[in-house]
Ligand binder design. Sequence first.
Ligand code: HEM
Ligand code: HEM
Length: 353
Amino acid sequence: MVVPMDEKRSMYIKYIGILVLLCLPMVGILGLFLSRNIITPNDEFFVVSKGETPIVSSNTWNLMIEGNVNNSLTYSYSNFTSLPSKEILATLQCVDGPSGTAVWKGVSVKELLDLAQVQPGAIDVVFYAADDYSSSLTIQEASMDNVLLAYEMNGELLPAEQGFPVRVVAPDHLGYKWVKWVVRMEIVDYDYIGFWESRGWSDNAYRTPLSDWILHAELLAISFLLGGIALMSGLKRSPVTNFFQDLPKFVNKKFHIVVGIGYLLTSLSTFFYWVISTILNRGAIFYTVHGITALVSIVLVIPGAITGFKKSKKRDQNKKTWHYKWNITSFYLFLATVILGFSLIFIRWLYFY
Ligand code: HEM
Ligand code: HEM
């Protein structure tokens, strides 16, 4: 059959349009990921605190270093800022999603620990803030070259809401280890459990791909593309609609099954990877509406796949198959999950920045 040019053109426009829509989440998240490595100006940097910002004056501020050390130390602001300093580029990532990157200048915690002469048997360094907040790092973690007590951010004095006069910078750890308004460092010989840590959050708080929502969103956006292609290729073979009937010849049953299995495997494995990582990082999984639609859509992927493998008897041409019903419902919920995922980012952006 010869297809007229006009029809061919509108067919290309239709499928290119659908593919662009299916790729949008993937491209959007990649963009978000890449933009995170760019320095965030101080006035656009997100703020997360347990309460009000305490007002600390550099005239009265002192830093005490004490506990299991041979040489307890106290610094005034001018003494502290005259110590040898270093600058590092590091990303502050909150366990709740937002993140920002800045150049931080300050004093290496390792050098402070060396000056204080930590005693054998010491386990943790506890950082106490002016507002009663506290958190800890192990001696080994705090002695990493990239851990600072910073007093400058992007070439300016640390803003009050970012911890003036001094905050912890611990690039390999999540934001709740980056204690602000630090007034005291205590070296202790036990495993100290800090403010958020005692409320169920991980004590080691490592920043890994597991702690970052970006990875689950990017992988599931790829699943979304596969799901969309599986749906189109399935519908091409369905008597229920003729909207996808003009798809090319290579979109056959085998193609449908391969893409369908791709969708099944990527969505299930990423989902469980993400759920396990949320449990590991938070000690619990908190379901938002996004989490609930995610869970239901993933549960429905399973009967969707099983019914695809069932040997089909002669089908009633006017009736939707169970394979059709499970998969359509699951895919629409997956779409809702993706939209809610972006809404979550938007709401957090409004709230934190
Ligand atoms: C593709 C676009 C998506 C974006 C932008 C996105 C974004 C997010 C964000 C920002 C969070 C909160 C992270 C945190 O609290 O640390 C989250 C959590 C979660 N996402 Fe997604 N997500 C997307 C897709 C999906 C999909 C397709 C699923 C599964 C089908 C899914 C499952 C989950 C689950 C289970 C959670 C944790 C539970 C919760 O906090 O509600 N996400 N997502
Ligand atoms: C585990 C993977 C999957 C397998 C093994 C599978 C298998 C099949 C088979 C054998 C058919 C009948 C094709 C024919 O008669 O030539 C079919 C049709 C169909 N598939 Fe799948 N499929 C899978 C995944 C999916 C997914 C993920 C979707 C949607 C997101 C989907 C949507 C459909 C639809 C809408 C039809 C047409 C149903 C009808 O006859 O009305 N399938 N599939």
